[in-house]
Design a protein around this ligand. Structure first.
Ligand code: 5GP
Ligand code: ZN
Length: 118
């Protein structure tokens, strides 16, 4: 069952209690534009359930992960970046710069990306 936290920003967005520019939603997943975009396409894909980070995923989340990756490929097409390429990244913990403790995948596209990331 869905478990969400009223004090968590991304739980609030998933529950439509805090506004965001939502571009895709299903039973388990919500995708919305990042408020501070780092590329022409910068979308955050989150589970509606509160999961703190990728470090907290279990085998029970297999279906959820499939939904997230399918959503990413679908949105890359919809954004017109499927051919030019895109990046899907999730930050875990302070050194990676995770600033919101609710699992989210950044879908980035529309410009050339550097590697390694800063
Ligand atoms: P992190 O740094 O945790 O990997 O990514 C968090 C992301 O959430 C950042 O890119 C930040 O711009 C975005 N963000 C933070 N607060 C909000 C908000 O209220 N609305 C939206 N749409 N994005 C947010
Ligand atoms: Zn949450």
């Amino acid at each position: 069952m869905a478990e969400t936290y009223s004090e968590c920003l991304f739980c609030q967005i998933g529950q439509r209690e805090t506004p965001a520019e939502i571009v895709h939603a299903s039973d388990a997943v919500v995708a919305f534009r990042d408020i501070n975009p780092q590329a022409p396409t910068h979308i955050l894909i989150i589970p509606k359930d509160h999961i703190e980070s990728a470090a907290d995923l279990t085998k029970d989340h297999r279906g959820l992960l499939w939904d997230i990756f399918e959503t990413a490929a679908h949105l890359a097409k919809a954004e017109g970046v499927a051919q030019s390429g895109w990046r899907l990244v999730t930050n875990v913990g302070p050194n990676a710069g995770q600033s919101v403790p609710h699992l989210h995948f950044h879908l980035l596209g529309g410009r050339t990306m550097r590697w390694p990331p800063g």
